[in-house]
Write a protein that binds this ligand. Sequence first.
Ligand SMILES: [Ca+2]
Ligand SMILES: [Ca+2]
Length: 235
Amino acid sequence: MFERTDLSVADLRLTCTERQYRTQDFACTTTATVANAGPADAVHTLTTVTFGAPADCTINPDTGQQQTHVLGTGTTATFTKDWTVSCTEDRRHMFSTTAVIAADEPHPEDTDRANDVRSINWVPPDVKPRSFPSSINVKKEGLIPVAILSTAEFDAVTRVDQTSLTFGATGLEQSFVRCGSPEDVNDDGRADLVCQFDTIKTGLTCGMTSATLMGRTVGSVVAFEGQDDIKLTGC
Ligand SMILES: [Ca+2]
Ligand SMILES: [Ca+2]
């Protein structure tokens, strides 16, 4: 006798501490939220999270990580998995993570398999390119320029759906104004996409030390996000 239920990966985020060209280890963290929409209750679930990196990087652990939950009807669970990353090439990188949920018991039948898997990429943004630290005067600055850096794996100029971009304290803020002509802001020979965001709408307030950009690609749609350190002034 099969019980019907709808398990899903409801949200997936990826943060990395890579902020510049460097060859030391840095950390990436996958944050996954899984859900059971029911009607079956107390479903034993197994979620497998994987992490992907370019060929010049090694990952620890280098296999998928698993997490079990017993999910009641209408409940969610959020968990994190950490990855240590070490890259040899002196450049910025794109990373990816994927989460897949499945029932960890024989009886439930998932009524919608399409939402059982979710992926997101990490792309490196540079808030206020060509200035370090990335100082933002929250009282004065009308617009904040943010560069989405192209990498060997990702051409920001042609791949980014500009209308999808959100930026600010959480990454979900509808602060997009426009993108300008592509320019190579980090002198790596690859043109980068430089866009402007409305400071007020970013929700950035004194004391915050990082800002998050989120968006989607054009064509085969892939979600991406990235983070940069910021220094807020005018506080
Ligand atoms: Ca499902
Ligand atoms: Ca560049």
